[in-house]
Design a protein around this ligand. Structure first.
Ligand code: GLU
Length: 417
């Protein structure tokens, strides 16, 4: 199987089947959980800078509102398609349940290549997309956030457009926005911090010293760069980092801050001084203690899984491991911290941001990071306990926790009519 021919929604549903079997879930509940509540597909005509008009396709999939309002990011990427957005929306549902925050799950996306678009074009695209889903989102309905190739600026345009439609400022409609318009301290680095905290807990459980532990990181976007910095603060040695253009390697360690400066200056981590080149696929197979896939889906497959050498994998990205690869790695004894646990720090601080907005509060960075650590340590240990008690992988255990919480909510809510 090649890298990207796994349909992510089918993979998500195969995972759900495994959980349903493990939990002996009522078939009627499984049937409901296998369908998103609502899917919005919208055509987005945008005036390009050269005067032409391009029509993009946008999606918003509202998967489940059983535990609270829909919640999930918006992705801008050439590969965005309905099945991917559906899978990501299902994962958000289980993720919010694992993190034990009062949300359902959703996801949005636009098929586009933001790297080839100007900021003005991206702004027009974002505002048009927002206007097309303006009736579907809201602080008590569905709360978007950043995802791949969207950021706090994207959220500011979304917030402004939504507020313009309402006639007043509605900061709680999006999270991950700039601090000047109601964003939270610590949100930008929250996903990476959460993945690093999960890694620390896993290392503690396995008796691995974080001081001197070696790490490879695939992806140097919002998640990769913050996980690198926090792991380095914890004493780890970051020996390899990559982005979509390729990777860099230095057995003695790379300085994450200097690598970031280099990337900001040149557009990529490649050619960073004192490093040798490593291809993205080889980075995954390096001989080190910890691997953080923090880019796209389906990078760990049944083809490369047998060659993976690390002791801990913490999934900063959503869906980087195919179910087949997950089974192989679990059998090999690799401690896999699954995406819905490893990267739930982002949506957890999104929840803090939303709670601050609704209460007109602003917490300090220390308060945010402390609350985040409490949530992550609790979620990690809840999953570890299920994994140990049932003698199942951490992935299956995380799904057992997430899906059972959603199923419980569905059970008490019942069906309308
Ligand atoms: N896009 C992030 C995720 O996949 C964050 C979602 C959010 O904060 O709502 O978890």
């Amino acid at each position: 199987m090649s890298l990207n021919d796994t349909n992510p929604f089918e993979a998500a549903m195969r995972q759900l089947d495994l959980v349903a079997e493990e939990l002996s879930l009522d078939k009627k509940i499984v049937e409901v959980l296998k369908h998103p509540n609502r899917v919005v597909i919208t055509s987005l005509p945008v005036k390009m800078d050269d005067g032409t008009i391009k029509v993009f396709t946008g999606y918003r999939v509202q998967y489940s509102r059983h535990r609270g309002p829909y919640k999930g990011g918006i992705r801008y990427h050439p590969n965005v398609n309905l099945d991917e957005v559906k899978a990501l929306a299902a994962w958000m549902t289980w993720k919010c349940a694992v993190a034990d925050i009062p949300y359902g799950g959703s996801k949005g996306g636009i098929t586009c290549n933001p790297k080839e678009m100007s900021s003005a074009e991206l702004e027009r695209l974002t505002r048009r997309y927002t206007s097309s889903i303006v009736r579907d989102i809201g602080p008590f309905k569905d709360i978007p956030a950043p995802d791949i190739y969207t950021d706090s600026q994207t959220m500011a345009w979304l917030l402004d457009t939504y507020s313009e439609f309402q006639g007043y400022a509605v900061p709680g409609v999006v999270t991950g926005k700039p601090i000047s318009v109601g964003g939270s301290e610590g949100r930008a680095g929250a996903t990476g911090r959460g993945a690093a905290l999960c890694t620390r807990e896993a290392a503690r459980h396995l008796g691995i010293d974080m001081n001197g532990a070696t790490v490879a990181i695939q992806g140097y976007g919002k998640v990769g760069r913050s996980v690198a910095q926090v792991l380095r603060e914890m004493g780890c040695i970051i020996i390899a980092i990559s982005d979509s253009k390729g990777g860099i390697f230095n057995q003695n360690g790379l300085d994450p801050v200097k690598v970031l400066e280099h990337k900001k200056r040149t557009g990529s981590v490649v050619d960073f001084k004192d490093s040798t080149y490593v291809a993205n696929k080889d980075l995954l197979e390096l001989d080190c203690d910890i691997l953080i896939p923090a880019a796209l889906e389906n990078v760990l497959t049944e083809e490369n899984a047998p060659r993976i050498k690390v002791k801990i994998i913490s999934e900063g990205a959503n869906g980087p491991t195919t179910p087949e690869a997950g089974a192989i790695l679990h059998k090999k004894g690799v401690m896999m911290i699954p995406d819905i646990l490893a990267n739930c720090g982002g949506v957890t601080v999104s929840y803090f941001e939303w709670a601050q907005n609704l209460n007109r509060l602003h917490w300090t960075l220390d308060e945010v990071n402390q609350k985040l650590e409490q949530k992550i340590v609790k979620a990690f240990n809840d999953v570890l306990e299920i994994s140990t008690k049932r003698n199942i992988s951490m992935r299956l255990a995380a799904y057992v926790l997430g899906v059972s919480r959603v199923a419980e909510a569905l059970g008490v809510l019942g069906l309308f009519p």
